[in-house]
Design a protein around this ligand. Structure first.
Ligand code: FAD
Ligand code: SF4
Ligand code: SF4
Length: 413
């Protein structure tokens, strides 16, 4: 960049822990920041975790304090249900088009819930990975920021929509709202668009969606969460009973040239956490972890040692070849133990696939991507959090701080 930056504003795209951290760091360094998030609330995928390692805290620990910092910082403007629809220019001088999707509820909402009581239909709940349903007028989740309801588009133009509107005493339901586009002029862009779980339907040998008691690791987080579909009890989806024998299958999609060629870095530790969820709730339950090799990075080796010390967890070195349906519909994990060479077919009450982390569904407009779809930072455009590759929360925050400092330097040079 040769000329003086034309705009000193930093745009952060994605309001997960990475984007929130980058926005706060840049704003607390004195820059004006616009944070745009495509979902109805901030928090990203961390908000949907039950607890997070290594300290096993609830996500409120990390998120709530950041929401307070955002509220108190007049330099940060937040837009939810907003996405970048176009970007042009170069470092120091970007023109960005942002498109918003209607929420049908204005900032006047007091989160009283009367609209949800008036709603009669239900829609799939994306926050619970569609494991449950919510009313067509709903709060995205209990920790939502902003704490504002949303009306599902399916009821707009229907008598139910009118009943929802009539139920709101502060007139916060606006069914006339339309998609909108506005333009921003910014000097630097931070892409913090995060990740999505690898699609388990592509792992046909593991029969997710076909055998009810085969779930994914992100679904396990919701089952274990007090505000999840089973109110925090890990239960078998097939019959609602407590599982006595649970299998966790590592590298479900990752380290596989037919799926994700890289290691997703977090899923070994996430599975150890899931073993702990099961063992805490059901001390008599047995947990088997099927692994190629265990990857516990840096200081998280101690977390691994703790899991290893639990006699209720069995470690089976093997990549299962398939899951079959047992006589009662239960999942039977089949394969060969690569240490003992034993060929096994083990029945379980519940199987959890440690599906990997893939770059977010929509590639950031105008960003350079590596061969796996993760953002590569360049002059004026910086990646933060899992948009740059698989990272845990603390590494995501570190990468966000680095991106914020580089963006601040770029708009001030
Ligand atoms: C099963 C599992 C368990 C885990 N447990 C732990 C744990 O216990 N401890 C730990 O440290 N880490 C854990 N992790 C990792 C943790 O989830 C990530 O480190 C964290 O989510 C990274 O945050 P992020 O902001 O980079 O991405 P995300 O959380 O994905 O947030 C990205 C945000 O960007 C938004 N977005 C995406 N695209 C756009 C767009 N085009 N425009 C606007 N907004 C957009 C998304 O809606 C989202 O809100 C776990 C991961 C998995 C798979
Ligand atoms: S939209 Fe109205 S009725 Fe619904 S929660 Fe908000 S204030 Fe209450
Ligand atoms: S972190 Fe573990 S489960 Fe995840 S891809 Fe790497 S080795 Fe496999």
């Amino acid at each position: 960049m040769s000329d003086k930056p034309k705009s000193q504003t930093v745009l952060v795209v994605g309001g997960g822990i990475g984007g929130i951290s980058a926005a706060l760091e840049a704003a607390e360094c004195g820059s004006e920041v616009v944070l745009i998030e495509k979902a109805p609330t901030l928090g990203g995928r961390v908000a949907a975790l039950n607890r997070y390692f290594p300290k096993m805290c609830h996500p409120t620990c990390g998120l709530e304090i950041n929401y307070q910092r955002i509220k108190k910082n007049p330099r940060i403007k937040v837009f939810t249900m907003a996405e970048v629809s176009g970007i042009a220019g170069s470092a120091g001088d970007y023109t960005v088009n942002v498109t918003t999707t209607p929420r049908y509820v204005t900032p006047a909402c007091t989160a009283c819930g009367d609209c949800a009581n008036a709603a009669t239909s239900e829609v799939a709940d994306p926050f619970n990975y569609n494991l449950s349903k919510v009313k067509a007028a709903y709060l995205p989740h209990t920790m939502a920021f902003p704490m504002r309801y949303i009306v599902d588009a399916s009821v707009v133009g229907t008598p139910e929509g009118q009943a929802i509107k009539a139920a709101c005493k502060v007139d916060a339901v606006n069914l006339e709202e339309k998609p909108d586009t506005f333009t921003l002029h910014v000097g630097a862009v931070i892409w913090a668009t995060g990740w999505r779980p690898y699609d388990p339907s592509k792992l046909t040998m593991y029969r997710h969606g076909e055998i009810a008691d085969v779930i994914t690791n992100v679904e396990m987080e919701r089952l274990a969460s007090h505000d999840g579909p089973t109110h925090g009890k890990v239960l078998r989806p097939s019959n609602g009973e407590a599982p006595k024998k649970v299998a966790l299958i590592q590298c479900a999609g990752s380290r596989d040239l037919n799926h994700l060629a890289y290691c997703s870095r977090i899923c070994c530790l996430a599975s150890m956490k899931h073993a702990a969820y099961v063992r805490e709730q059901y001390p008599e339950a047995e947990v088997d972890i099927y692994y190629i090799d265990i990857r516990a990075h840096d200081k998280l080796e101690a977390f691994y040692r703790k899991a290893k010390a639990d006699q209720g967890i069995r470690w089976i070195k093997s990549k299962p070849s398939r899951i079959e349906k047992g006589p009662s519909g239960e999942p039977v994990v089949c394969g060969e133990n690569t240490l003992s060479r034993e060929v096994y077919a083990n029945a379980y009450d519940l199987v959890v696939l440690a599906t990997g982390m893939q770059a977010s569904a929509q590639p950031p407009a105008g960003a350079e991507l590596d061969e796996y779809g993760f953002v590569v930072s360049e002059e004026g455009v910086f990646g933060a959090g899992v948009a740059t590759g698989p990272l845990d929360v603390s590494m995501s925050v570190q990468s966000a701080t680095a991106a914020a400092l580089r963006a601040v330097q770029a708009v001030r040079s």
